[in-house]
Design a protein around this ligand. Structure first.
Ligand code: THU
Length: 139
């Protein structure tokens, strides 16, 4: 990778992390108080946001990552590049969200940040290396 390209990629990561931190402010988490934000970068440059939305019936809660991923589909966006996930302490995406990321964006980069913007870079492949695939359903 050329120097300029790498700089550009880093800038994109940092910018996306900042968007996830903003999305986190919209979280509806009156029960756990653990607010989560997600910012999803699409191939055309669109950024789609998600935050966790809790429910008094706890099982009805939806994670920030899946709010963003499913919103993208509803908006006709299918070309997933990267997702940034923001929590207080840099918590890693849950197993259900990893499965949904693998279904929709198996090549995505994943940036996991704490509340200060200190982030690490991983990927869907690293987070869920041997996922259950659609091909498994074909005879
Ligand atoms: N949560 C997310 O939004 N994403 C994850 O990957 C892990 C957990 C939310 C769900 C719930 O509102 C709160 O964090 C505590 O579990």
């Amino acid at each position: 990778m050329k120097h300029d390209e790498k700089d550009e990629l880093m800038l994109t990561a940092e910018a996306l992390v900042q968007q996830a931190l903003l999305a986190r402010q919209r979280a509806y988490a009156p029960y756990s108080h653990y607010t989560v934000g997600a910012a999803l970068l699409m191939a055309d440059g669109t950024v789609i946001y998600g935050c966790n939305v809790e429910n008094a019936a706890y099982g009805a809660t939806i994670c920030a990552e899946r709010v963003a991923l499913t919103s993208a589909i509803a908006q006709g966006q299918h070309d997933f590049i990267a997702i940034a996930v923001a929590t207080k302490n840099g918590g890693s995406p849950c197993g259900i969200c990893r499965q949904v990321m693998a279904e929709l964006g198996p090549a995505m980069l994943v940036y996991i940040t704490d509340e200060t913007g200190n982030f690490r870079t991983t990927s869907v492949a690293e987070l869920l290396p041997d996922w259950f695939r659609g091909e498994n359903l074909l005879n």
